[in-house]
Design a protein around this ligand. Sequence first.
Ligand code: BMA
Length: 389
Amino acid sequence: MHMTKQKICLLFVAILSANIISCSSGKEENHNELQLTVDQKATAETKALFTNLKDLASSKVLYGHQDDLAYGYNWWSEPGRSDVKEATGSYPAVYGWEIGDLRQDVEVSLDSVKFESMKGWIKEAYERGGVNTISWHMNHPVTDGDSWDTTPGVAAVIPGGAQHETFKTWLDKFAAFSQDLKGKDGELIPILFRPYHEHTGSWFWWGDEQTSVEDYVALWRFTVEYLTDEKGVHNLLYVYSPDGGAGTRFDKYMQKYPGDDYVDILAFDDYGSFMDENKRVEELSDELAQIVEWANERNKISAFAETGLEALPNPQWFTESLLKALTYNPKASGIAYVLTWRNANFEKEQRDHFYASYEGHASAPDMKKFRDDDLIVFEDELPDLYKTK
Ligand code: BMA
């Protein structure tokens, strides 16, 4: 084909501008992707964590454990220890922490963990590249009972409620806690914050029967707005985690959903599916696939925020049940992480309330097998989650 000089020049300009457009739109997309967090002012590390978790979720599932560094089945607060590490060879990739009882001058959590020590473990986990998530079995705002006091309480704490000012002092306490979590260069440590969980059940004061749709949504939105706008907390990603089972039906799951502008991670908690001789594991897998889809449609992350089988009566539970739930429906493995609950200290609590293997327990070899599966990531296999590529 013969072209005049003018045509060649025009073509050149067209190619050049197409490149500029595609370059700038590429950057634009990247830029947008970094802006996807609920908190527009989230720190660079928090936004990076969101983006990296989202990317990694397409091929991997991170394993997490509650209170992993604080205590184990037969030890209490010993530096460097972790039941998960001792059973499998690595620390978990995700660390769950619980701040129930955090208010006024209380220094120890409802599970007897000192808040100051907890901060130290959160820093330690972060420095090794791990991810920290915090749940809050919040005290009852009216009766001063615990979170299992099923007297309705939400109307009292939202704006206009009789306990609103007291409630704000609790959030202040949490804001100060979060802002005290810093890495060694002074940067704030990102936290996956999971408040008011399992609200589709009716065992907490913010539960289903206790709370209207409007009040639950108001509670959630107030919390997010107060922490970000009033207190300037910018190291949180917000995890919405109803109870599983029936709660995973779309209508129920979304009934009290605070909205895409208030949620970073769509998750659920579920223990029931692993009881009853695994009758529901396939169903659970479909439910996980469902939240993966709902999260993807919204450009969010999905997670299995809390689960486990108490005392691991089936020593093959990690591969036969948990891994099966993550893979039976191939889409289920699109979740970013799964977290099993705490290994309560036997001596302190006098009960077998543990959800991860510990060295010497019959389930340890199988948990090691679970860790070795290509899909599963423990801490020693983590990429840098706090920098954008
Ligand atoms: C529950 C149990 C309780 C604990 C609470 C908060 O599931 O493990 O013993 O106090 O979580 O961590």
